[in-house]
Design a protein around this ligand. Structure first.
Ligand code: 0CM
Ligand code: SF4
Length: 423
């Protein structure tokens, strides 16, 4: 990597100590057109991890005759088998620490340069329930002039939430933050009857974005509890879906998270036990818990059809087809996304290290040094464009060969609630 110190031509660009602007594209004098910097997200992340406050945008470079303005640390390189790439960062002229941070981040990128295979799991990314939930918020935003409130994150993804926030959605944790008579959207993960009652009391206009596959589990909870069963709910404590479903019959439902929990279960009548599950669990782990339940309660009754949803199952199957042949797996998704976390665990159980990343800026180039084959997937709430961004960043480190491994095709679609359907 050949590094130069240049000046930046950008009117009004003034940088303080500890601040940096990463070039998303770099135009040098005499260039026919700017060169896009594919590694910009990687560089942003590497600099943030070094404590800098980082922004990004297109930059124009000039020779360093004007020593007053920000300096540009610019590198051009042609990785083996790849095409010419650039990485450039503007920092304040006297900010030696920032300049050292940039040099060290560039060395980190340099160490990760190589050609790679990228195994792309399919299906990945948005499921029908997430598509529907986002579209519901978009349509309500288009319908209403007043603020549109959303109870909890509409789906567990920081980018989706940020994007809808920019467009006017107001995310709240509880309904007492919503003014009386306002419009509120319930998230894809569902709510307990108590929450519905609280919305009624506040006379809120409720638009329900609960995924129909979560609603199905709620209906089973009511039915199973109604016939006198103890309903064992296999799920994760504290998750919104768990809280919502348990709320359907709090006196008749018990939560188990693991095989160990099954051993400790006490029920009033062991001949009247049924089970339900969260929709986004690991299929293999859940099978073990159900087996343990059946051993303890031979008359155990099952849901009519699997509660773990098609999207969760398919993403796990697809990752299986990829992880075994990868040196490292990236799962695009947010930390509170259960289905994304299950993908990370699945890969790890298969013996392939996996990293959960919100976007390409969270890829630490040091992970890539030895990784000739990278597996890539995304949880059901992670936007597809973030997967594209990761692929693009990897392409900035050398030639890549992308192979998509599709285990099945998805064509599930859910109807929108009547309140937001076009007239
Ligand atoms: O349930 P989980 O945490 O996986 O939710 P998510 O928003 O990440 O994914 C979609 C869903 C649902 C219900
Ligand atoms: Fe519905 Fe499954 Fe998507 Fe959750 S992951 S929103 S249950 S389709």
């Amino acid at each position: 990597m050949h590094t130069e110190i240049l000046a930046v031509r950008a009117a009004g660009l003034s940088l303080g100590h500890g601040q940096a602007v990463v070039a998303t594209s770099l135009e040098r004098q005499g260039d026919a057109r700017p060169l896009r910097s594919r590694v910009a997200p990687l560089l942003q992340g590497a600099l943030r991890r070094r404590g800098l406050v980082v922004q990004s945008g297109p930059l124009q470079a000039v020779p360093p005759s004007d020593a007053k303005g920000p300096v540009l640390v610019a590198a051009t390189y042609t990785p083996h088998g790849g095409t010419e790439q650039t990485a450039a960062v503007a920092v304040a002229p006297q900010d030696r620490a920032a300049r050292a941070a940039v040099q060290s981040a560039l060395r980190e990128l340099e160490d990760a340069l190589r050609s790679r295979a990228v195994l792309l799991a399919s299906p990945r990314s948005f499921c029908a329930g997430v598509d529907r939930a986002i579209e519901i918020v978009e349509r309500v935003l288009a319908q209403e002039d007043a603020p549109v409130y959303v109870r909890k994150q509409i789906v567990h993804n920081v980018h989706v939430v940020r994007d809808l926030e920019r467009r006017g959605a107001v995310f709240v944790d509880e309904l007492d933050e919503v003014p009386p008579a306002a419009t509120v959207v319930f998230s894809a993960h569902g709510v307990s009857p108590d929450v519905r009652a609280a919305a009624d009391r506040r006379e809120l206009r409720v638009i329900d974005a609960t995924c129909p596959l979560v609603t199905k589990v709620h209906a089973e909870a009511r039915r199973f509890a109604g016939r006198g069963d103890t309903v064992v709910f296999i799920g994760h404590a504290g998750h919104e879906e768990t809280e919502g479903t348990l709320g359907e019959a709090p006196d008749r439902m018990v939560l188990v998270e693991s095989v160990a929990d099954v051993a400790a279960l006490q029920v009033p009548d062991p001949t009247r036990v049924s089970y339900l599950t969260q929709t986004t669990l690991a299929v293999d782990e859940t099978t073990e818990v159900i087996k343990a339940l059946r051993e303890r309660f031979p008359a155990l009754r099952a849901p009519h059809s699997e509660d773990i949803c098609y999207a969760t199952t398919n993403r796990q199957e697809a990752l299986r087809a990829v992880a075994a042949d990868s040196d490292l797996v990236f799962v695009v998704g947010s930390v509170n996304s259960s289905n994304s976390q299950r993908l990370v665990e699945l890969s790890t159980r298969q013996g392939t290290p996996a990293q959960l990343i919100d976007d390409a800026s969270e890829v630490d180039p040091r992970w890539l040094r030895e990784a000739a084959t990278v597996g890539l997937t995304a949880g059901a709430s992670a936007p597809p464009r973030l997967v594209e961004q990761v692929i693009d960043s990897l392409a900035g480190l050398g030639a890549i060969h992308v192979e998509e491994r599709e285990v099945t095709q998805e064509n599930v679609q859910f109807a929108l609630p009547r309140a937001v359907r076009a007239k």
